[in-house]
Design a protein around this ligand. Structure first.
Ligand code: IPD
Ligand code: CA
Ligand code: CA
Ligand code: CA
Length: 266
């Protein structure tokens, strides 16, 4: 078995086990804390889940590094070697308020290149997974490559924040895109939005500020299927810092960059 197949097999079994543990927590009372502001929530389950992965990874792969949202992993200053980028629960607000529309996200990189990507939508029992170069699967189903689509037929994932007054972007920049698209959606989990591009349920996703763990797995999945991921200014993504993100099917990416996000419009 190749190195990545073995790592993928372990990661899959751990993500499914972690999902079971999260489901079991539904009947228990959550401990909820706030982080940077009153709406930035974290629970004991986010923390326990991250620690669960760290224990498994350190046992099996002591030389791998881990970048996790809740900070139990390593301090990472570069992407040399094998780095697991983990969001134990992406969509914590949904987890707390809805008990659905959240996912576990794991991207495994070597020297900055994504090799294994997994997103597990726990409640729907949908595991999106890929080993670079081997196609993307939704559970056991091999997903087809992404086909070109135009704005007027596209469903675009975007949070209403970015078309109302905010401190990151002039809302007038994205408003025409929202108007011309076939429709918009907001699921409240970056990982799920990107998994939905992979499975064809959506065509693109836009956010002005995401952390490496929000996007590490989703980008591997979407790129494996021929999709494109850049910042909103068309720059490459840096997995060591926060980025804006425009990720989409081919064709659509170019159309949006040319007509809506071109330099002259900023
Ligand atoms: C959040 C979700 C959300 C996105 C936020 C993220 P978290 O992640 O992905 O969709 O809009 O920017 O922080 O905190 O629930 O893991
Ligand atoms: Ca969070
Ligand atoms: Ca997240
Ligand atoms: Ca999280």
């Amino acid at each position: 078995m190749t190195k990545w197949k073995e790592i993928d097999r372990n990661a899959k079994s751990w993500i499914l086990e972690a999902g079971q543990r999260i489901k079991q927590s539904f009947s228990k009372t959550l401990t909820i804390e706030t982080k940077s502001n009153a709406n930035d929530l974290v629970t004991d389950i986010d923390k326990n889940t991250e620690q669960f992965f760290i224990k498994k990874i350190k046992e099996h792969y002591p030389d791998h590094k881990i970048l996790g949202e809740e900070g139990f992993g390593d301090q990472i200053s570069d992407l040399k070697g094998i780095v697991w980028i983990i969001d134990p629960i992406d969509g914590t607000m949904n987890f707390i308020h809805q008990q659905r529309n959240f996912a576990i996200s794991i991207g495994i990189y070597e020297d900055g290149i994504g090799h294994v990507g997994l997103i597990y939508d726990v409640v729907h029992d949908e595991l999106y997974h890929t080993i670079r170069g081997n196609g993307v699967y939704l559970n056991d189903l091999l997903l087809p490559s992404l086909q070109e689509v135009q704005v007027n037929e596209a469903i675009i994932g975007i949070n209403a924040t970015w078309v109302t007054e905010n401190k990151r972007i002039n809302p007038l920049l994205l408003a025409p895109l929202v108007k011309h698209a076939r429709g918009t959606r907001s699921y409240g989990s970056a990982a799920i939005e990107m998994a939905y591009i992979a499975s064809g349920r959506m065509d693109a996703y836009i956010s002005l500020r995401l952390a490496p763990w929000d996007i590490a797995a989703g980008i591997i999945l979407v790129e494996e299927l021929g999709g494109i991921a850049t910042t909103l200014k068309g720059e490459p993504i840096n997995f060591l810092e926060n980025n804006s993100l425009f990720i989409s099917k081919p064709g659509l990416h170019q159309e949006v960059m040319n007509k809506y996000l071109n330099e002259g419009n900023w």
